[in-house]
Ligand binder design. Structure first.
Ligand code: THU
Length: 160
């Protein structure tokens, strides 16, 4: 038997102002996207902005539905749209944030497991790390260097 640890590097910024100009712009786009989310059931408005290797920025937000499971998270709306428009262009980074009327979100919003799986798929497909930048409305920002850091030992096409 062997015990081992999986160590995940995380970068933390005090707030969005500490981001590079390019990442601050990406987070701004994610915030704008969050304000246009269709989230009448949860009231939790999530925005995501994806930057591609060709410089294009694609945004998405959560789209809910009266048949609850039919809705989709902001990250997948953004990434699926990006891949549908630019199937051969690697995704370099995604910024995610959220807002809700009932409180100020002061901690980074973390992508759900399904979104982590989807991000990992495109990372494997293009063999390019997808940096993940997470923020609340205020407070710290955390950054992961690649999607697989958020989903260690992930399931890929190689497992099929
Ligand atoms: N949601 C996202 O869009 N992204 C996440 O990372 C977490 C959750 C959405 C799904 C649902 O519309 C609402 O937030 C509450 O779960």
């Amino acid at each position: 038997m062997t015990n081992f640890q999986i160590i995940i590097p995380v970068r933390r910024y005090d707030d969005s102002n500490a981001l590079s100009e390019a990442d601050a712009l990406l987070m701004k786009k994610a915030r704008e996207a969050a304000s246009m989310a269709y989230a009448p059931y949860s009231g939790f408005h999530v925005g995501a902005a994806v930057r591609l290797a060709n410089g294009a920025i694609v945004t998405g937000n959560n789209q809910e539905n009266a048949a609850y499971p039919s809705g989709l998270c902001a990250e997948r709306v953004a990434v699926f749209y990006a891949s549908s428009q630019y199937p051969d262009v690697p995704i370099e980074a995604i910024a995610v944030t959220a807002r809700t009327k009932v409180r100020t979100i002061s901690e980074p919003v973390s992508p759900c497991g399904a979104c982590r799986q989807v991000l990992s798929e495109y990372e494997t497909l293009h063999q390019t790390p997808i940096r993940i930048i997470l923020a609340g409305e205020t407070g710290p920002v955390v950054e992961f260097a690649k999607a697989s850091d958020l989903l260690p030992m992930n399931f890929t096409s190689k497992d099929l």
